[in-house]
Design a protein around this ligand. Structure first.
Ligand code: NDP
Length: 458
């Protein structure tokens, strides 16, 4: 049955996020759900005609082979408005264009999005309005709290989606299934059995022309403050009784509230570095500081590593290292859970015993469980074996899940206001120590594994 028409207003529709991630995600959702009827209104700072906008939409939709009745209906009705969305009068006009209760996606620079939130207070809109905001949400604890306060003047918390698209990734769903649908993992998922956890998201890509955003954010804010802390929260949370928005988000928030820097010491528990020129897979990258638009005086890190502790009965004493960077030699996206050594080996078993390691790979999703067994040669000698599995085909785009949550009014997979603030609270001592130059900004050649002196993660 065809559904009632909804409207999605994308503010910042002329930008990179819209074309590269939002529109393909939307197309995948509508292709899978042809009964949806969605009116799409783009508003942006580039003076496009409706036809030019439609070309942008068509190109992005083609990437995922979009088709079906919902796509046709959207293409027939989508429009674009060249507007300054910080202006209350223009905002009012845009909201008045919507059919039914709209959802607004802020695909805008964060400072502009914050201004729009204030301008919306001067506008009349339907009570069910949904607001979706991108990361970074604020730039520190006070600004995130202030933005939460301004949003609260507009709509209730469950109509606010602080998007963290990592929460829409199949990896997150796989962690839930692995941990909570199998008897063998949960009993050992604690400090009695786990020695350390590493969450690594190393990319081979360099800046790729995104200095405007990245040079003011850096690896810590771009990746760790949002995505990797959220992954950690799902990995470490107590089993929720339901996956409803309150239970899941409460469970994550409890983890984040209990998280602090390892030994409360930003100097020992954080590292930062910036890439110099080098070669990755035959591609030569210039030094980060020579990339177009970079201001070297900002001392922006392109590789960040932070070690944390979750001060709860379950996790006390387990170091959790979150690491992410650009221009590295190897693309490594994985969660590495290293177990403690066996309590006692029977006398007579020879060879080297290594701890069991569980690796959960991200995009493409897979896992390996590295264990010691008796080798095929000497039956009393330990050898290493790896049990490998791939999880599905991982075809679903994270932004499809994000947009489904927004259009269905289900904020389960978005970040709640208190958790957004906790992310900044956890990392505030690191940001302060880096600003005060108490942690050196090291160098690594593009294409390397990062600075030699850093401990190996994973
Ligand atoms: P862009 O700078 O590419 O796009 C922002 C768009 O907003 C531009 O087209 C800009 O138009 C428009 N804009 C700015 N001010 C106004 C205004 N007052 N009225 C109307 N339009 C305006 O940024 P991105 O798309 O890359 O990022 C948007 C958000 O998404 C950011 O918060 C970013 O952190 C987040 N994000 C981006 C990702 C990405 O891969 N791009 C990934 C994850 C999150 P103009 O410049 O002509 O003014």
């Amino acid at each position: 049955m065809t559904q009632k028409v909804q409207t999605l207003l994308i503010f910042g529709a002329s930008g990179d996020l819209t074309a590269r991630l939002l529109l393909p995600g939307l197309a995948q959702l509508l292709t899978a759900q042809p009964e949806r009827r969605l009116r799409l209104i783009g508003a942006g700072g580039v003076e496009w005609t409706d036809d030019e906008w439609r070309k942008v939409v068509t190109t992005s939709f083609a990437e995922v082979n979009a088709s079906g009745a919902a796509i046709d209906a959207l293409m027939a009705s989508t429009t674009y408005v060249y507007a300054d969305v910080t202006d209350p009068a223009e905002l009012q006009k845009l909201i008045d264009l919507a059919d039914g209760t709209p959802a607004i996606y802020f695909a805008l620079p964060p400072a502009v999005a914050a201004k729009v939130v204030v301008s919306l207070q001067k506008v009349t809109f339907p009570a069910g309005l949904t607001l979706a905001l991108e990361k970074p949400f604020g730039m520190d604890v006070p600004s995130a709290m202030a933005l939460n306060g301004e949003l609260a003047k507009l709509v209730p918390e469950n109509q606010i989606h602080r998007v963290d698209h990592f929460l829409g990734r199949s990896t997150i769903f796989n962690i839930l299934g692995l941990r909570f649908a199998n008897r063998i993992f949960e009993p050992v998922w604690n400090s009695e059995h786990i020695a350390k956890i590493d969450v690594v998201y190393d990319e081979q890509l360099g800046l790729e022309g995104r200095a405007g955003y990245y040079d003011t954010a850096g690896a810590l804010v771009d990746m760790i403050q949002s995505h990797l802390l959220q992954v950690m929260a799902v990995l470490a949370m107590e089993p929720p009784s339901t996956l409803g928005q309150d239970d899941l988000r409460d469970a994550k928030e409890i983890v984040l509230r209990a998280t602090r820097l390892w030994n409360d010491d930003p100097k020992q528990s954080s590292h930062r570095a910036r890439y110099t020129s080098g070669t990755i897979d035959g591609r030569t990258l210039p030094s980060y500081v020579d990339e177009k638009g970079v201001d070297p005086a900002r001392e922006t890190e392109t590789l960040a590593e932070v070690t944390l502790e979750i001060s709860t009965w379950r996790w006390k004493g387990v170091p959790i290292t979150l690491r992410s960077g650009k221009a590295l030699g190897e693309r490594r996206r994985e969660i590495v859970i290293t177990f403690k050594p066996a309590n006692q080996l029977p006398v007579g078993l020879t060879g080297e015993s290594s701890p069991t390691v569980l690796r959960l790979y991200v995009a493409p999703d897979a896992m390996s469980l590295e264990i010691d067994i008796n080798g095929p040669g000497d039956p009393y000698e330990l050898e290493r074996a790896s049990l490998e599995a791939t999880f599905g085909d991982g075809q679903l785009l994270a932004y499809r899940e994000v947009l489904a949550g927004i259009l269905d009014g289900d904020p389960t997979l978005s970040v709640r206001g208190d958790s957004a603030v906790e992310g900044w609270r956890i990392l505030a001592p690191v940001i302060a120590a880096w600003k005060a130059d108490e942690v050196p900004l090291e160098d690594y050649a593009a294409g390397s594994e990062g600075p030699d002196a850093w401990d190996q993660v994973g």
